[in-house]
Design a protein around this ligand. Sequence first.
Ligand SMILES: *Cc1c(COP(=O)(O)O)cnc(C)c1O
Length: 479
Amino acid sequence: MKYLSTRGNAAPQAFCDILLGGLAPDGGLYLPEHYPQVSKAELAEWRELPYPALALRIFQKFVDDIPACELKSIVDRTYTARIYKYCRPGQEASEITPLTTLAPGFHLLELSNGPTLAFKDMAMQLLGNLFEYVLDKRGETINILGATSGDTGSAAEYAMRGKKNVRVFMLSPHGKMSAFQRAQMYSLPDPNIINIAIRGMFDDCQDIVKQVANDAGFKAKYRIGAVNSINWARVMAQIVYYFKGYFAATQSNDEAVAFAVPSGNFGNICAGHIARMMGLPVARLVLATNENDVLDEFFRTGRYRPRGTADTFVTSSPSMDISKASNFERFVFDLVGRDPAVVRELWRKVEAGEGFDLSATPYMTKLPEFRFVSGKSTHADRLATIRDVWEKHQVMIDPHTADAVKVAREHLLPEVPMIALETAQPVKFADTIREALGIEPGRPKELEGLEDLPQRVIVMDADAAAVKKLIEEVCATGR
Ligand SMILES: *Cc1c(COP(=O)(O)O)cnc(C)c1O
């Protein structure tokens, strides 16, 4: 399997060659040259498989440059009950992604039982083991530099901690994360994890990462890498849970299901789109946004109007607070019949700050074939949904999952099970839970006392030169 750029001007690459990089050299995103198909016989066999075996079958369709036994060992180490043990209070760890039925035909697929209590662990844990394998084989090292407002940075750190040949420098805004999120990241004792709290906002952290990455000499010398959401392996890892959710919510492969996905950078739901393209019987993909509704607007009108950072709302589902959706280009590539010239032209407009409008084009008539519908949710909707699910079903959901449940309820199809994806546990967003329910969310017993552990963080001004100097120093000591 080779990987192509959505903009058509990069040489096709093998899986391991695109694993460590981000964008393709022409500015596009990598996608497989075609979507492998899943036959009826395969679907029947897969129905019975536990998560790791199912993941292996799916990854083998996309990865042909890692020997089967190595890939199996990576997958078995990634998807074990030992890692996905952080189940909600009162629940027993049973499966990697348990399905909870709220009402007949309405389910939650729980993706947040990993070490940072958010679904980003599902993909990031795989990435950690893949990085270790490829770096070891090639005798290379990498310094991952990232910026986080919470979920991504902690998932990356827990996936990369203790990994050979990998070091992580993670910038976070000083004093802006919740006490729980700070404790999660700053209490990691591993010497290859370096937390840097920047006196400033998340955007200041992001700017520093960009400035460092724009210094090509520094980037090459210190082998600076990223683990952002455009990474193909992260999208691939997420395809699995759509299959798992389908099997868990149906009795036979003659049935179809719908998924509702709380969306930000379009990584999660892009995996759902690919699962459907592979032949999974998906009747509907429900895309939910919060007040930052760039994607909802596109699926309703055909207009894609990325906002500036200044026009991005800070909301109570913060991991969906985006101004543009970095994986959306992958879907548009498929929508325009995989014509890279069209994608180049559309993203020339996006990069010029104009956005684009497909409403009067033939692509808009094609859109329904892709089965997307969308909707948005507000802070008041989140509170009402969290309350309603708690009162009716005694299940506590986090604000992101609430966005999905709210929009899912507006797009039910008769006789088709709806699976809303649970993307984080409520304890990560305790303020909103308190506001909605007036009670303190519980936490997995393994994380009791988390905030009392010793913390390790370097506090710095928002200064790219100082961050570079720190990277040089740490690398010089060879830790
Ligand atoms: C990242 C994140 C999302 C958004 O997922 P995308 O793949 O960016 O669309 C939703 N909910 C939570 C809790 C997240 O951390």
